[in-house]
Design a binder for this molecule. Structure first.
Ligand code: ARG
Length: 660
């Protein structure tokens, strides 16, 4: 039920007499919200106060005028003015019950309507670089993208999902070079994926070391500059001790010097420690300038070199096998998985076209698009003729436009690529893709407890499959431990336990990620995320299982399902009303969550629903209610809660179990 838009539609004609501009009217209507303070109101309209200036009247008088014209008698039991001019609304329990019964009669959709103006979305998510194993950093794009896809589809939009695999970039140059130089044939024969990822790490380590060494002079220079600046600043500030700006400049310069010092020291320490491994040092010498060698392998691949192409063709299925095993386990599907390589042949034409339109120009031998507001241009072809990530993204957008003509194109990608996408969108608008709304659905970093990007104790970035195993075993310990089972009188077969642990463990990983606002970083805490209490998947899943157990118990006590399926819903005690109001908000909440593609709006809703259900069940007897009618009504409310929790979790890609 879209309660908000219904209420807003009643206010709209009244406000429209004062607010003639559509945007002004729309933003005034936005101020009509579900109330957070349930003891005051169910819904609240803060529309009078902002009109005070315009109408030159006290807000109270405006609110009274609104009230005299407002007709909500079919929906509300009371409409009143509070404070400076808030309009407080209470829904009538009968209308609330009627809406909830409608939702209950539609268990699949819970009476959630389909979008009046459905849009076509293309959503680019997950998109890992396949030459290296997926790690915890990939979880965010994957689960956020999957749940946005599911919610938009549920709301009636057409969504085309595309996993834009990095299957053509420098990483392949790395494993091709590594395969030619560092492979262990036996290991490759036994487990190609493992061997390729080992090879990848060898190459990565050498490149990292060589880069650090060659970067030292730059860091030293930066340090010298920072020293000079700091000294100069100090001198200036000492000459004019009253000048606050100079003092601030000095503080900044000093901080920069400190940072430069730190970076240089860190880099030197890393080089020194790494150099202690004589074998590694020798290897690095033998493969000097490895970054360049890798680029050469990559560009040979791109220009159709038979040997490299053959290796690439052999490696890609191995690499994909690894990531597909993760998707399978997480139950994530894509409509397409074209990948970067798919666009390779289109890249020369993209560059030619940009040149022909004079959008791109030659600069130092490279082809660049200069954009207002950025220091560096977007390079679309390097001096050596190689195309870049950006070039592929332009080609991809043109292809998607031709194939799918999306209204909205979403890129669920790490926030660190923000500038890349801003530049890309600028270029795409310049070449005429202006009717598509382009949006970088960015997200923050997954951090360890130390606040730094999540790594294992050994320092390696954690592989996703291993992490999923860890979550499942953590869930087993929490949910299926013998003490708990004995205490709660639950008995599960081994197979059931495995299924519960898998559902709870995978749910924990997804939920922990989704429940943080995607734009912020979050701390990955395995122990916390599998807990049965707090804002966790397990708590919601447990609440669902509890609703199911109540309904099972009712059946065991002789209530036929159809007795509550069609029973009149009567909401009188306040915990029932509060739970009912929450269930009524399901559709509004889903729409709200897609305004800025925030799945955490859904997790918050589910957490609140579970808590409201718990207070309802604690305070209102269900099976021992005063009358059989009341029992049936409460069973029906329990059933609707059950369906809502399940649907909400389903839209996040999280499963449920019937008992836990
Ligand atoms: N493969 C890229 C990476 O791992 C992400 C790709 C995102 N999608 C895109 N169209 N650029 O950084």
């Amino acid at each position: 039920m879209r309660v908000l838009s219904l209420i807003r539609s009643r206010f709209a004609p009244i406000l429209a007499t004062w607010l003639t501009e559509p945007e002004a009217l729309a933003s005034a209507l936005e101020r009509i919200v579900a109330s957070r303070e349930s003891h005051l109101a169910d819904y609240q309209a803060n529309v009078a106060m902002p009109l005070q200036k315009k109408l030159e009247k006290p807000p109270l008088a405006i609110a009274e005028e609104i009230l005299s014209k407002l007709d909500l008698s079919d929906i509300c039991s009371s409409v009143s003015i509070a404070g400076q001019g808030y309009v407080n609304l209470r829904l009538s329990p009968e209308w609330l019950a009627k809406c909830l019964m409608e939702a209950h009669l539609d268990p699949e959709r819970l009476a959630v309507g389909l979008a009046a103006n459905p849009k076509t979305y293309v959503i680019d998510f997950s998109s890992p670089n396949v030459a290296k194993p997926m790690h915890v950093g990939h979880i965010r794009s994957t689960v956020i993208g999957d749940s946005v896809t599911k919610i938009l589809r549920f709301l009636g939009h057409s969504v085309i999902s595309d996993n834009h695999l990095g299957d053509w970039g420098t990483q392949f140059g790395m494993i091709i070079y590594g395969y030619k130089n560092f492979r262990d044939d036996v290991a490759f024969g036994q487990a190609p994926v493992l061997e390729l990822s080992r090879i990848y790490r060898v190459v990565q380590k050498i490149i990292g070391f060589q880069d650090a060494v060659s970067n030292i002079p730059k860091l030293e220079l930066a340090m010298e500059r920072a020293e000079e600046k700091s000294a100069e600043s100090k001198f200036k500030s000492a000459a004019a001790p009253q000048d606050k700006k100079l003092a601030k400049d000095f503080a900044t310069a000093f901080k920069q010097l400190d940072e430069a010092n730190d970076e240089l020291a860190k880099s030197k320490k890393y080089i020194e420690e790494t150099s202690r491994d004589a074998e590694f040092l020798e290897c690095s010498k033998q493969h000097s300038q490895l970054g360049q060698r890798v680029l050469k392998e990559t560009s040979k691949l791109h220009s159709g070199d038979a040997e490299n192409l053959k290796l690439w063709e052999a490696f890609v299925p191995n690499c994909k096998e690894e990531i597909h095993s993760v998707y399978k386990r997480l139950n994530i599907q894509f409509d397409h998985e074209f990948g970067e390589s798919y666009y390779h042949d289109l890249l020369p034409a993209v560059v030619e076209d940009l040149l022909a339109r004079s959008l791109a120009v030659q600069s130092d031998g490279a082809i660049c698009v200069f954009l207002d507001g950025y220091d560096a241009p977007m390079i679309v072809r390097k001096q050596d003729g190689a195309f870049l990530y950006s070039t592929t993204d332009i080609a991809t957008a043109i292809f998607r436009e031709r194939e799918f003509a999306p209204d909205v194109s979403l890129y669920v990608v790490d926030h660190r690529q923000g500038e890349h996408f801003q530049k890309l969108f600028d270029v795409l608008r310049k070449i005429g893709l202006s009717h598509t709304e382009l949006k970088h659905v960015e997200f923050g970093t997954v951090c360890g407890k130390d606040g730094k990007p999540y790594k294992t104790r050994s320092g390696a970035v954690v592989g996703l499959n291993a992490m999923l195993d860890e979550a499942v075993s953590g869930a087993w310990d929490v949910v299926c431990n013998p003490d708990r089972l004995q205490g709660s009188g639950l008995a599960f077969s081994e197979a059931e336990k495995r299924q519960i642990a898998e559902t709870v463990g995978l749910g924990a990983i997804k939920y922990a990620d989704l429940c943080h606002n995607r734009t912020s970083n979050y701390i990955f805490d395995m122990e916390k995320m599998v807990q049965l209490h707090g804002n966790t998947a397990a708590y919601i899943q447990y609440s669902y299982a509890r609703t199911r157990s109540i309904l099972r118990k009712a059946q065991a006590e002789g209530f036929e399902t159809n007795q509550w399926q069609l029973a009149p819903l009567v909401l009188s005690a306040s915990p029932e009303v509060n739970l009912g109001l929450q269930l009524l908000r399901f559709e509004d909440m889903l729409n709200q969550s897609m305004v800025d593609y925030l799945p955490n709006v859904v997790t918050e809703y589910l957490f609140d629903t579970a808590k409201l259900f718990s207070s309802f069940y604690d305070q209102c007897s269900v099976l021992d209610a005063e009358t059989p009618e009341s029992t049936r009504s409460r069973l029906r409310l329990t059933d609707l809660t059950s369906l809502t929790l399940r649907k909400g979790l389903e839209l996040l890609g999280i499963g449920v179990v019937e008992r836990m």
